[in-house]
Every structure is written in structure tokens, then in C-alpha cells.
Write a protein that binds this ligand. Sequence first.
Ligand code: ADP
Ligand code: MG
Length: 702
Amino acid sequence: MSTTPLELTTLVDDLPGIGAGQGDAFRQLGIRCLADLILHLPSRYERSQQHACIADLDALVGDNTETPDLAAVVGEIASVRPGFGRKGKVEAILEDDSGQLQMVFFNQPWISKRLQPGRRIRASGRPGRFSGRLQLVNPRFEPANEESLEETTDRLLPVYPASESLPSSRIRQAIEANIIDAAKLLEDHLPDSYRDQRELLTLAEAYRMIHQPDGSEDVQRARHRLAFDELLLLQLGVMMKRHHRRDTLSAPALPFDEERHRRILARFPFSLTMAQQRVVSEIGQDLTLEIPMNRLLQGDVGSGKTVVALYAMLMAIADGRQAAMMAPTEILAEQHHSAIRDMLADSRVRIEVLTASCSTAHRRKIEAGLADGEIDIIIGTHALLSESIQFQDLAVVVIDEQHRFGVQQRALLRSRRDDEHQVPHQLVMTATPIPRTLSLTIFGDLEVSVIDERPPGRSPVITRFVRGEESRRVYQHLHDRVRDGQQGFVVVPVIDASDHGLTDVHTHRDRLLASTLEGCSVEVMHGRLDAAARDDVMNRFRNREIDVLVSTTVIEVGIDIPNATTIIIEQADRFGLAQLHQLRGRVGRGDYQGLCVLISDPVTEDGLARLEAVAETEDGFRIAEKDLELRGPGELFGARQSGLAPFRVARLPDDLQWLLLARQDAAAWIEADPWLSEPRHALLRKRLLKAHGSALGLGDVA
Ligand code: ADP
Ligand code: MG
């Protein structure tokens, strides 16, 4: 007669409602214990049925062991068999004029008191057949009255993510048998007063209601609590991080005056656009403070972020300190190096580039130069993150194309000084416009500056989406452009010929040389060429010795060749939306009209929608939003690399309103209790650190 008390850690094998031998099927879905089971949320709901007489229900269920729909019956309790067995099972027989069914209750021994024989009740639940008998497992019931006969049920039936060996109905059965008890074990991490203020359900209520809603309003309220909870936890983490940076870390305050400002601007071969001026002054302001700058510079491809970065770095140099710039690829690091070196050609600023392909001897020299302050500006790749790199006085760090680096890596570069409380100011640049929803979440601890204007004289790149059969005409056009002295890119999905039917760089180059581009100088470029070879190709392309570059996406980010006017992307449906937009940004950077041709025969609706989205708009921001819509935030840049767990309930951008509210509350909360150290916040703090501690780099905070 005794029942084993349930714990959230009770293994599935020991739970009521889960048959012997089913444990593995649950584990395959990641459900190991009671907590996992309760966290397994419905992916959707089905409407329940009206009530039926027992004989009809019996016929309806037929030989199936379970049916998907809920049913309600009104009848009289004929007999009750009170709690017995390890799982405290209670059985009762319900009958009406047409027949009988069995009601089974797990783990609710007290329920037998409410089930007195002779009582008329209305019971609702999911009908099934067990040992030939019509059954309702853990039905809900209430005293029957005249109305209940007319009433129809409005219960919603949850449908769960399932597997072949474990159908949704089995999962539902298991959850129905446990949810009431499990809910009692859930401790809420939000203080009562806060929940009241925001009209949030308790965690227990929310989980019960999301699994067993009485109507769609229940689903809404439960979802509200759970989604809000996720958003709030993340925002609290982000705000805590921000507080840590502003309160316990400091950076050198860089003096700013008109004279310096003028001297820096004089280095640039053009005058800044209004947008660049605005951003430069936002950054200039930040740098004069001891609060470490943590700013995200967003600007579409070709908007001119590099000079803004250089401005920030020169602020550091003007104060006798050092600056570093980190790029995601060697090509880019080298391009930044040569562009910046050119602009600083007649100055005493000493600038070096460090990549993985530097010789050991050269690397040693650079390390020494950085440590003793010989080198003013270092530009590099991941190689800069090495333990052996020590700066004498690093004041500004610029990270180009942030989404390729995780939050962790950013932290590494930031703390390259002996005094762990002294960090450099940080500017993160991205050409992939980050939708607001994301800049508030994964990049939530950054201030944001936007360059929303192009340098003068640029007309938008024309984008065309064509089918494979038209490619001859497209290459003919490229040939004409080459004859006019312009250059072009051709982008293909892979380096080597493969059996996937994907176009590769070498085969494609040979094909073009033998047909439409005969007589042109066509070279290949891809990530497997060593740095020297890539340098050589890039330099010859820059010097116009090469007309057309057939390449993989290594040219994706930041390459700046104003004379390249046409980009043709083969099998364009193989590329991500934001990626296509980036690639398109490689052309139209000079005085000529840019043209981007997407060649593709997309096989899926989705593929077609993506290509049309890119062809339709030149606005990188809209493309990013579209990407978010089509792929979901988990897939987007940064989201995965950031190491943050994807949301289980919250949906962006749909839940933006909740996100904003959560952000506001989190800010106030952290202001009042920065480390959540008040005893009433202990559980909240624990769950927060568990969820986001490592991804947000809150380790040192805790
Ligand atoms: P991105 O934002 O994509 O990194 P870049 O910084 O590479 O863009 O700038 C794109 C091109 O525009 C470069 O050739 C750069 O020299 C030029 N450029 C940047 N700002 C201006 C400006 N204010 N006036 C004219 N040309 C500019
Ligand atoms: Mg750039």
C-alpha cells in the first residue's frame, strides 16, 4: 500500500504511467527523469471531443489501444477500488445506460474519497483500451448536473514532440499520470511580490496548465509565464554582466580634444559621411570614460566601418597606448593591414599583422614588440588570442565581423593585461545587421551604433535571380564587362568536385575558360590555398592582372576591390540569406554600377523564398529579419556560436514586447541587487548561473 515519494530526479522507469521497458524510448528523447518529462512541452494542441455515451465511446475507440481525442462521459460510479500497489493506483467503474468503463488514477490515493459509489459525475480524459477494457486514465471529473449533459468540453489535447518508438499519446499518458505531483515539487525562483506585480502564474501552475489546459486561455497564460521567465533570466544575466563590466572593470580614459580629432580625420583620404561622423563622436565619447566601452557598430556592407575603427584605434595611439584589431580570416586581416598601413604611410605609427601563418621567428618579434610597446597597432586573426600575446598597454580592441567569435573569445582578448580589472575598450563591428530582437538578447550587453548611410557616389547593386538555363547569357555579360576593363567574382559552393552535384572552383574555372570566358584571365581562390598563395592571388586581382576570380565564400567578408563590378553566384540556394547579401556587397564599391546575379534552380519553396528575398531588397536589415523568420533565431549568426541555449518557449520576434519588459525589469533588479545576493533571490541566482553562467562568461562574477 505504500507509495514511493516522487522527486524531480526520479528516473522514468520508476514513474507511474510509464510501462516497464519504455524507459529507453523516453531516454532517446532526452527524458531521463521526472523533471525532463515535465520540461517536455507540447508542440501544439488538438481540440477535444464532445461528451458521448459509453457504448458509443467504446465503438469509437474500437480495437485501438489509444485514440488521440479527449472524451467526456456522464455516468454513475458503480464501484471503487482504493489505492494499492507501488504506484498508488485507484480504479473506479463508471456506468451509464449504455455500458461501463474503467477510470484509473495513479498516485492520487486520496482521490478514492471523492469517488463514492452511486455518485453521478462527468469525467473527461483520453479514452483508451487496456486488457480489452475501455479506460480513462487520470480523468478529470466533477459532479454531474443537468447542464453537464448539454455542455461540451473545451479541453485541449497536447501533442508532444515524439519518436517512432514513442508516440505523442504515450508521452501524454506519462505526463497526465505525473503532472499533478510533479507540479507540487516545483519551487518558484521568482519572488511572490514580483509575480503578483507582473501577473505571472507560479511555475507549478504554468507547467500544469501548459500540459493540461482547460482552454486556449490557459495555454496563453502558461506560455506567458514560461516565455517571460526565459527572457527575464537571460536579461538578468546580460545585465549582471554589464554591471560587472561597468562597476568592477575599468579601461584607460582617452583624452579627446578638437586638435586630436582634426589630426585623426586628416589621415583619411575622404571626408566622413554624416553617419560616420555621428558614430565617431559616439565612440569618442565612450573612450573618454573609464567605463570600458562595449559597443557594437552595425553597418551594411560597404558603409565604411573600417575608418571608424581606425579612428578609435588612433585615439589610443594619440594617448601613447596600443590598439588591436581582430578579423575572422587571414585575407581580411591582411586587407585591413594594407589599407590602414596606406592611410598611415607617412606617420610614425608602427603597425603589424599577425596570423597563424606567420613564421615562428616573425611571431616572436611581434610578441616582443607588443610586450614592450614598440608596436602601436596589431591586426590579426584568432592568432591574437594566444596566451603568449601580452600587450604593454592595450587601450582599444576592434573586432571585425563579431558573429564569428564567441562571447568567450571576446572576453579572452579583453583581458590581456596584467591587472585583471583593467581591460581595453572594445568595438565590435558587424556587416550583418542584427535584428533588434537579437541585439537585445545575445548581444544584449552591447551599446549599439549604426551607420545607415553609404559613402557618396554609390548606386545600389542590381540583383537578378535567374535559372541555370540562362547562365550563358549571364557570363556573356561578365565577359563584356571584362572587355570594358572591369572585374568580377564567381562564387561556387565547394572547393573540390564531389558526388553531390555541387559546382566546385576548379571544374567551374576550367569550364568558363573553355567557353564564355575564353581569353580572360580567370583564377581560383579558396580557403585551402596557403596564405602566401592567397595573398598572391588577391594582390594580382587588386592590380587587375586577374579579370575574374572563381571562389568559395572566402571572399564573403569585407573584401574591398572597387573595380570589381559583377558577382555571379552559382547554386545560390546553397547559401544563407545573410551570406548572399554579404557576397553581393563585394561589388558596387566603386563608381560603376554593381550587378549581382543569383543562378539557381531551387528545389524547395524555402529556397525560392530566400532567393526572392535577397533579389527584392538591398536593405541588409530587412534581409536579416527575413532570415530570422525563415530559419529561426537558433540558426542565425552568433546565436549558435554564442553558446547560449536556445529558447524553449519564447519566440522571437513575436515575443518582443515581453522581451522589452523583461529587459526593463532586469535592469531595475540588477540595479537594486547587482549580484542577486539577497536570500530571496538565491534560487533565481542559482538557476540563472546554471542556464547562462558559462555562455555569458559570468564565472568570474559568481
Ligand atoms: P565596410 O563597412 O563594408 O567594412 P569599408 O570600410 O571597407 O566598408 O568601406 C568601403 C569602401 O568605402 C572602402 O573603399 C572605403 O575606403 C570607402 N569609404 C569609406 N568611407 C568613405 C567615405 N566617407 N567617403 C568615400 N569613401 C568611403
Ligand atoms: Mg569591413
